[in-house]
Design a protein around this ligand. Structure first.
Ligand SMILES: *Cc1c(COP(=O)(O)O)cnc(C)c1O
Length: 229
């Protein structure tokens, strides 16, 4: 039972990649390189390892403590893992976040940027690739920089702090068509000369990919439904 589920995650990942390729082919578009960030929050090492053994190396976690416990041992065993922080980062967790993650996708305010810079310098990791989270639907309950403030925030991070801003990330409003938000993300990235876009989850990753995502973040479509965490 356990084993067949594990094999499923690898098959599911291949199916996700295949669906992306087919969508590009269907519209006669040349496929861009789309990285699948496998979202392993709430999943055990046991569930994750078949993917690592199949040589998938890019994963996302939303909690610093959980990631630390799970991934420090996995890193001993598997090399070249690329771990993305995709959840909100609190200032008091920066130290652990910088030591555990390879990419932080949720930079979303000036205070955090300043504290992050300090910690990156302290840990000699100033070149760490960072994404700015954009609150693309301007929702009160979501974190992220507002679309109209993104340009100034990018300048602040790159010019004032010399942070390595490589991408923008968003979680569009639930229960709305995500494509218009993805298109707006593409426009904001282009006008700020930002290379990567992290957008699209299990229910809308094909749209994300078609609208210019370089990274899609997928949990459920690979591991199945999460229990109530
Ligand atoms: C959980 C999570 C995902 C993955 O969502 P699924 O619907 O399980 O694919 C993607 N991005 C973020 C920020 C998440 O917290």
């Amino acid at each position: 039972m356990e084993e067949s589920q594990n094999q499923n995650s690898v098959a599911n990942l291949n199916q996700v990649k295949d669906s992306i390729a087919k969508a590009f082919a269907k519209f006669n578009l040349r496929q861009k390189n789309v990285s699948v960030v496998v979202v392993s929050k709430t999943r055990s090492s046991h569930e994750i390892e078949p993917l690592l053994r199949s040589n998938h190396l890019i994963f996302g976690e939303n909690k610093v403590q959980e990631a630390k416990q799970k991934w420090l041992p996995l890193r001993e065993k598997y090399k070249n893992i690329e771990l993305h922080l995709i959840g909100h980062l609190q200032t008091n967790k920066i130290k652990d976040a910088v030591s555990v993650f390879d990419v932080i996708e949720t930079l979303d305010n000036e205070k955090l940027a300043i504290a992050l810079k300090e910690e990156l310098v302290a840990q000699n990791k100033i070149a760490m690739p960072l994404f700015i989270q954009v609150n693309i639907g301007e929702e009160k309950q979501k974190s992220g920089i507002l679309p109209r403030e993104t340009s100034d925030f990018v300048k602040f991070c790159t010019k004032e702090l010399s942070l390595n801003i490589v991408g923008l990330m968003c979680i569009p409003p639930a229960n709305e068509l995500s494509s218009p938000f993805f298109l707006l993300m593409q426009k904001i990235a282009k006008s700020n000369k930002i290379k990567y876009l992290s957008m699209g989850m299990s229910n809308d990753y094909i749209n994300g990919a078609l609208m210019g995502a370089s990274h899609v973040r997928i949990g459920t479509a690979i591991f199945g439904e999460r229990g109530i965490a």
